[in-house]
Design a binder for this molecule. Structure first.
Ligand SMILES: C[S@@+](CC[C@H](N)C(=O)[O-])C[C@H]1O[C@@H](n2cnc3c(N)ncnc32)[C@H](O)[C@@H]1O
Length: 469
């Protein structure tokens, strides 16, 4: 499950300690978003495995960079090319890995822009005001035991549905939704990137007021000068959204269901709903921006890309000497947990998937993008071919490789590839294929029989592939 811990930044090395490679890896703990499946705690074992596969200390291609935390840790060790299929990942990796001059005061630059405001952003705030008021009253009423209105905001508060004329719910909320949809259309905001967060996710994942504020920050980030700063400003926005979102566990897979099937309000969630929806987006944003501004990347010349893994292996061929691969292993597509960040990063106008089985064109409760990435690693019939391509393409470029094999997590779906099948595929392309069991503290070599008999089912494994014995 995603961590509930607050994001942390620890830039200082332990006092008095002599810096070693693993200190360098541990020293930079920057968790930009609440993320499921980060390999950060294994970074030192991964760095050692990369060294044992490729003693040249050449560039590592991190093919499935996700939250970027592992790539960032490895950047203290070697040059990194960080790639992932998702735009939100590219934005975060870019903010984490790009070198910035220490003297550019990006915080006050942004604060000044925020202060200056803009008529277009004022128009957005005015358009959404009827819903902001409705929600403010609903939260107040919930404190006095009248919970119906706030439940309706979470269940039926989608502006997008109102725009499409398929909204349902209380007549007061409905008339406000219609009014806001009308005002947005008149102001030229329907379909505009200026209103992406509030149109898609206001009510369901964020309060309307928070969503509007996120849109205003996104607009300022997008218009940033010089444009090299856009990724830093947008990364701070994504970190803020991850901290602010009003869901159980700070994930984006589904909004809170405030009532059970019998329609009874889940009292234990009301305090959380109230607390999360009052989080101040601007304050959080400025704190995050400060963190990104203070962040200094180790090493130089890192590269970041948004690409399918096959494309990245080909596009950067000759520029890396070792590949680190941490693909998904279950049928849970990562894109389901991060679709809100993806849409906020892209600011496009995606169509939304329909609710499965609904006859009246109802939007899916999670408000997933129709084009949400479906990874071949998460589809049983495609996973073996996807892994075969991974080993084939990496070996063809002459690169050594380290693959993370993730443990079965309780509550998660089973792995689609068994370790034996994976090893057999690796051996089709690599002369030496070794296994290491890692637990974040120690790591040990495994032979094939100990893998079957001694390995605890939750053990993390690294597969170290070398082109020569
Ligand atoms: C296990 S996570 C990686 C976590 C990362 N190593 C970290 O420490 O934060 C898997 C990642 O693979 C990405 N992914 C899935 N299919 C992909 C594909 N075909 N090409 C590139 N990336 C893909 C997902 O977007 C997700 O970010």
């Amino acid at each position: 499950m995603p961590s509930n811990e607050p994001p942390q930044l620890q830039l200082e090395l332990r006092e008095g300690a002599e810096a070693t490679p693993s200190d360098a890896l541990e020293a930079v703990v920057f968790r930009p978003i609440h993320y499921l499946g980060s390999k950060l705690r294994l970074a030192s074992a991964i760095a050692d495995a990369l060294d044992s596969a490729d003693a040249t200390r050449g560039t590592v291609l991190d093919l499935f960079a996700g939250s970027g935390t592992t790539a960032l840790a490895l950047a203290g060790h070697r040059r990194v090319i960080a790639s992932d299929i998702q735009e939100y990942s590219r934005v975060i990796c870019s903010a984490l890995l790009a070198s910035r001059s220490a003297d550019s005061d990006i915080v006050s630059t942004f604060a000044a822009r925020l202060q200056a405001g803009s008529p277009r952003l004022d128009a957005l705030r005015q358009a959404v005001e009827p819903l902001v008021q409705f929600e403010r009253d609903a939260l107040h009423a919930a404190k006095h035991g009248e919970t119906d209105a706030i439940c309706l905001v979470l269940e039926h508060g989608s502006i997008l549905a109102a725009e499409r004329g398929v909204a349902s719910g209380s007549s007061e909320l409905q008339s406000r939704l219609k009014e806001v949809a009308k005002r947005m259309k008149l102001a030229g905001l329907a379909g505009s990137p200026l209103a992406t967060t509030v149109r898609y996710f206001g009510g369901a994942y964020f309060s309307y007021a928070q969503a509007v504020e996120l849109d205003c920050l996104a607009a300022l980030a997008y218009e940033a000068m010089p444009s090299a700063l856009t990724d830093v400003f947008t990364a701070a926005l994504l970190s803020t959204a991850s901290d602010t979102v009003n869901t159980v566990g700070k994930q984006f897979a589904q909004p809170i269901r405030p009532r059970n099937k019998q329609g009874v309000v889940k009292q234990h969630l009301l305090a959380k709903i109230d607390r999360d929806r009052h989080l101040d987006v601007r304050t959080k944003y400025m704190t995050w921006l400060q963190r990104y501004a203070l962040h200094r990347t180790r090493g130089t010349g890192h590269v970041v890309a948004r690409a399918d893994y096959r494309e990245a292996l080909t596009q950067f061929a000759g520029q890396y000497s070792v590949v680190y691969a941490d693909p998904p292993y279950t049928r849970d597509h990562y894109s389901r947990f991060y679709h809100v960040l993806e849409t906020m990063a892209r600011r496009d106008n995606p169509s939304i998937a329909r609710s499965p089985g609904s006859s009246d064109d109802e939007l899916s409760r999670g408000l997933y993008r129709d084009d949400r990435h479906q990874s071949p690693f998460c589809i049983r019939s495609q996973a073996p071919g996807a892994f075969r391509d991974l080993f084939r393409l990496a070996s063809q470029t002459g690169a050594q490789m380290v693959v993370s094999y993730s443990p079965f997590q309780s509550g998660a779906h089973p792995r689609l590839m068994q370790i034996d099948a994976l090893l057999s595929l690796a051996r089709d392309f690599y002369k030496s294929v070794e296994l290491e069991s890692v637990d974040g503290v120690s790591h040990s070599k495994l032979n094939h029989s100990s893998l079957n008999f001694d390995m605890p089912p939750e053990a993390e494994v690294l597969i170290v592939c070398r082109l020569r014995r």
